[in-house]
Design a protein around this ligand. Structure first.
Ligand code: ATP
Ligand code: MG
Length: 246
């Protein structure tokens, strides 16, 4: 089953498309990785999929229903069902880790008793390896801890669909591998669907079930990771071999 279905989508700013005519599907319970050169529109595409940047044209369906990104009511119903890990982690500096992680609960579940919130936040912090750090502030954390905290916040409502923009950027290889392990575990053990933007080849090799490559405003490749890695296409080969494309 496909969690997201996109048809004839144009995305961009001020009426100017950055990406044109995208049609693709994101299958359930798998990790789809989006790659492309810096400035190719990866973050813009994610922003559009999560409703922060309205599409210029085309249709986006989530679990079969067409999303009207102009409707606040629809977005309100949609947001608790997704999790987002932003490119820069986007933790709030004035709040502790516990409070940062609890934010989605406070925003969407006004009726939860404090004990239920506390249990859920603690469980999520433990799941990302941050048990016992809830009282710390973001500036007291390392980069890897901040990423894991942002993942705990993205997962706290147990969404079935999680978007991650460069989760391992700036992390050392060991911490990065730990984060990859967390994503694949959430996929395999909990059936979570991920859409992940990353350029890290090692990370891609670990996590990607599917690959989408953006190039010059279009979808250059969309298919299984194994198929991309074995493709004779010169641009894909250049990407996997880290060469300048000829
Ligand atoms: N808010 C904005 N207003 C206008 N143009 C923007 C805005 N944000 C991004 N752009 C432009 O859109 C294009 C795509 O940017 P985007 O951030 O989506 O790229 P990216 O693939 O995520 O790059 P990176 O790998 O560097 O994160 C760039 O040309 C950028 O200048
Ligand atoms: Mg980006």
């Amino acid at each position: 089953m496909d969690v997201i279905q996109v048809r004839d989508l144009d995305v961009g700013y001020g009426g100017q498309p950055i990406l044109r005519g995208l049609s693709f599907a994101v299958p359930s319970g798998r990790i789809t990785v989006i790659v492309g050169e810096s400035g190719s529109g990866k973050s813009t595409l994610l922003k559009t999929l999560i409703g922060l940047q309205p599409p210029l044209r085309g249709e986006i369906r989530m679990s079969g229903s067409l999303i009207d990104y102009g409707s606040e009511r629809e977005l309100r119903a949609f947001y608790p069902r997704i999790g987002v890990l932003y490119q820069n982690s986007a933790l709030l500096d004035s709040l502790t880790l516990f409070q940062n992680t609890a934010l989605p609960i406070w925003m969407h579940h006004h009726d939860w008793p404090a004990a239920k919130t506390e249990n859920q936040v603690r469980a999520m912090l433990a799941r990302v390896g941050l048990a016992g750090h809830g009282a710390k502030y973001p500036y007291e954390l390392s980069g890897g801890m901040r990423k894991r905290a942002a993942l705990a916040r993205a997962m706290v409502l147990e969404p079935g669909l999680v978007f991650c923009d460069e989760p391992s950027a700036g992390l050392d290889p060991i911490t990065s591998a730990g984060l990859d392990g967390l994503l694949t575990e959430l996929r395999t053990a909990h059936g979570v669907t991920f859409v992940v933007v990353t350029h890290e080849l090692r990370s891609i090799a670990h996590i990607a079930d599917r690959l989408m490559m953006l190039r010059e405003g279009r979808l250059h490749f969309d298919g299984e990771y194994a198929e991309a890695a074995a493709s004779p296409d010169p641009y894909l080969q250049a990407f996997f071999l880290r060469k300048a494309a000829s």
